[in-house]
Design a protein. Structure first.
Length: 451
């Protein structure tokens, strides 16, 4: 299932396929003994999905189509509530928790739109890492150079691999510091982080209530916009016409370009060349606030403070069941005081105002989503290597979460090469502009690569 949502929708409309056929194919891939399905899904809704697919086909036969997602197989991250299921968020510490009483609003919206939910996808435990490793359920392998065993990126690791491997046509994940955009970039897909308040977060287990957002991973910008229309409840297609000619793009040279490996540097420079030749006006700018963010978050930031608030009781009774690399990061929040948290709120407000003023003259920011290609899992066995790599991979996406902005990662590598993501970003509420610009960028990059 390597086709976009738009292509699959058109196939359904023309009678070239059925929802049952698409769902059976997705489930077969998820259940294949030689595939990644056992590590991609923490729970597969096989019979329920087929029932939904049969219902969708019957409705279509009767001329009733609920949305452009009608009959399309979609996966959801393991931190969304589904009535009757325990929401485990990639952990085993909550095995004895009561099941959810109701669906999360985003789940209800997907169901109401006619999407077929095929299963819950694996993730970094409690969403607290950008690498995607999970010692409880296994780590789904990146589709690129699979024999080498590379990370998928996280925390929405299973979400990305479910799409790359055709186990779902698209996936819904969450993004607190890049957890949609990072796996999308490392797996050669497209990921969209909306302005956080655009999509309701009730019924989604929080990592940081100040930074969490919910967004899609899919095969194109149009796919992401189609899913966002449902997730946001607006039904609004955010894709407008955008031309690269005269577009003002800002490349932040402060921190965001540091530490690029040769593959990412080459892919990023080549992408900028394509955009420049298409008429975009690209300027490198200083954003000194980016260099200040490490100091602002030096005590653990919103993520540690707000994760500790949620997890403190669970850690007390089941802390030995946590991934130690997750637990130690949550425990940092225990040391933060109320004064520290209030200082952080004030610092963020001032930081957002300063960054918004610097980027106001431009249509979008552009930078590498992640400065390195996906490392091998065996390179991260040492805690120091894990920590340093995690911080490096989270770095650029985190700028946009702290900004309360919106961002899109689109592939910018040549076919057959290691995946590289190009991130386009804007301030809060710039979702339409970012998606429209992203589609124009995507078209230019695909034309240049011949794909």
């Amino acid at each position: 299932m390597s086709r976009t949502l738009t292509e699959l929708r058109d196939d359904l409309a023309a009678g070239r396929t059925t929802s049952v056929a698409l769902t059976e194919d997705a489930l077969a891939r998820a259940q294949a003994n030689d595939g990644e399905g056992a590590r991609v899904f923490t729970k597969l809704y096989a019979e329920r999905a087929l029932q939904a697919a049969r219902a969708s086909d019957a409705l279509r036969q009767a001329g009733f189509i609920r949305s452009p997602l009608e009959g399309l197989p979609i996966s959801i991250k393991d931190l969304f509530d589904v009535a009757g299921d325990i929401t485990k968020a990639g952990s085993v510490a909550l095995d004895d928790a009561p099941p959810a009483r109701a669906n999360a609003p985003v789940v209800d919206r997907l169901v109401a739109a006619g999407a077929v939910i095929v299963g819950r996808t694996n993730m970094t435990e409690f969403a607290f890492s950008g690498l995607g490793l999970n010692p409880h359920y296994g780590t789904p392998l990146n589709p690129f150079d699979r024999a080498a065993g590379r990370i998928p990126g996280g925390s929405s690791s299973g979400a990305a691999v479910s799409v790359s491997d055709g186990m779902a046509a698209a996936a819904v994940g969450t993004d607190t510091g890049g957890s949609v955009r990072i796996p999308a970039a490392l797996c050669g897909l497209t990921g969209f982080k909306p302005t956080a308040r655009r999509v309701p977060r009730e019924g989604a287990m929080p990592l940081s209530t100040s930074l969490d957002s919910i967004g899609p991973i899919a095969r194109s910008v149009a796919c992401c916009a189609m899913l966002d229309a449902v997730l946001s409840g607006t039904g609004e297609n955010l894709l407008g016409e955008a031309s690269l000619a005269g577009l003002r793009l800002a490349v932040p040279r402060t921190v965001a370009l540091d530490g690029m490996d040769t593959v990412v540097a080459a892919g990023f420079e080549a992408a900028l060349g394509v955009l420049s030749r298409a008429g975009a006006r690209i300027s490198e700018i200083d954003i000194p606030e980016f260099a200040q963010l490490g100091a602002i978050n030096s005590k653990g930031g919103f993520t540690a403070a707000e994760a500790w608030h949620w997890h403190r009781d669970v850690i007390e009774r089941a802390g030995d069941r946590y991934d130690p690399r997750v637990r130690v990061r949550i425990l940092r929040g225990r040391e933060m005081s109320a004064a520290d948290y209030i200082d952080l709120l004030a610092a963020r407000s001032a930081w957002i105002a300063a960054v918004e003023a610097r980027i106001a003259p431009f249509d979008a920011l552009v930078m590498p989503t992640v400065p390195v290609v996906a490392p091998r899992i065996d390179e991260l066995s040492d805690d120091a290597a894990f920590g340093a790599t995690n911080l490096l991979i989270l770095r650029n996406p985190t700028f946009i979460n702290f900004l309360d902005g919106c961002a899109l990662s689109v592939p910018c590598h040549r076919p057959g090469e290691a995946p590289v993501g190009l991130m386009l970003a804007g301030a809060a509420g710039r979702d339409r502009a970012v998606l429209s610009i992203g589609q124009a960028v995507e078209q230019a990059l695909r034309a240049a690569s011949g794909s």
